[in-house]
Write a protein that binds this ligand. Structure first.
Ligand code: AKB
Length: 321
């Protein structure tokens, strides 16, 4: 039986990943790691153990790993792209000094480690269409710099110390549970909230700007299936291109409007978000993930839109919002 430690368990991906892992491995076998001020609540708190786990504190991480006999760590501590650009030093401290702590504990205690990379690890000089698995990675954002370093440092620990590190390059993740905070792709989540609340959506990204995206159930599937994959089949480790769809703002708007005819949108472009979006791929080639560990997403734009609207209506309208 696996014993799993999720660092950043109350964040956008962490909150849902912890619950999915508990479903698969049993509540008692998945520790929700959180930082002061972001304690787990509700079902996340009640369904299994939780522990204070600041990624910048190596001793704290080591204690959790030893106390709970952890063999697998999902390290989700990071600042998203826009916040990282405004707080570069903190982004490095959490993303890279924190990763160093995680990898050291993993080396000492023999744990496997998943630390997500991102489409943010690419830059303007990367081919933008069908971006290959192995290609130019020269981002100019601090987020991108930390993500490329994450991939390299994770590979280094695998080669030098035999730590079983694995990762994917996540696209924008869309979820109806915990909202993201400070990413370039957040508009693709916010637009659904506006539609359900009956508000006009103000889009910060220019029409015609394509970015890869994925619905949360597929993101959870990607993380878990990669960690469960047969290591003998893996040619790559950190990180695999994965995608489920690529769309521009006018396309997600049209998909929502088909189900909410009164919905409206206008553009007020945010220059920082737009410059980051322009530097990212328009579409990823994820054939290596498909070949090496059987990656296959389930949701396209239409299926995701139907599910998002249904779930958000239940939650927001049920709560009278
Ligand atoms: C962001 O927009 O910063 C993230 C990402 C694509 O890594 N969602």
């Amino acid at each position: 039986m696996k014993n799993v430690f999720v660092i950043g368990a109350t964040g956008q991906i962490g909150s849902e990943l912890t619950m999915e892992l508990r479903k698969r491995y049993g509540g008692d076998h998945v520790v929700a790691g959180y930082i002061q001020g972001a304690e787990p609540k509700g079902i996340l708190r009640e369904s299994g153990p939780m522990a204070l786990a600041d990624v910048t504190d190596g001793e704290q991480l080591s204690k959790v790993v030893k106390d709970y006999h952890i063999d697998t760590i999902y390290n989700l501590a990071a600042l998203l792209s826009v916040v990282a650009e405004n707080k570069p030093k903190l982004a490095w401290k959490i993303g890279i000094d924190g990763l160093w702590n995680v990898l050291e504990v993993a080396r000492e205690e023999g744990c496997a480690v998943f630390t997500p990379s991102s489409i943010g690890s690419f830059g303007l000089s990367t081919p933008h269409d069908k971006t290959p698995q192995d290609t130019v990675q020269r981002p100019r954002t601090m987020y991108g710099v930390t993500k490329v370093t994450t991939e390299l440092l994770s590979d280094y620990y695998a080669l030098k110390y035999g730590v079983d590190t694995r990762s994917v390059r996540f696209p924008g993740i869309i979820s109806n549970v915990t909202p993201p905070g400070g990413g370039t792709t957040d508009y693709a989540v916010d637009i659904y909230y506006s539609a359900v609340r009956g508000e006009k959506f103000v889009c910060p990204i220019k029409a015609g700007t394509y970015m890869d995206m994925m619905y949360m159930p597929d993101a959870l599937k990607a993380a878990i299936e990669l960690m469960e994959a047969d290591p003998a089949r893996l040619v790559h480790r950190n990180g695999f291109n994965v995608t489920a769809m690529s769309f521009a703002p006018e396309e997600i708007f049209a998909a929502i409007k088909a189900q909410v005819p009164s919905f409206e949108m206008e553009y007020q472009v945010d220059p920082l978000k737009q410059s980051i979006a322009d530097s990212w791929p328009d579409s990823l080639d994820d054939s290596c993930a498909r070949e090496e560990w059987g990656w296959k997403p389930e949701y396209d734009l239409q299926a995701m839109t139907t599910d998002m609207l249904e779930k958000l209506r239940l939650r927001l309208c049920g709560a009278g919002l």
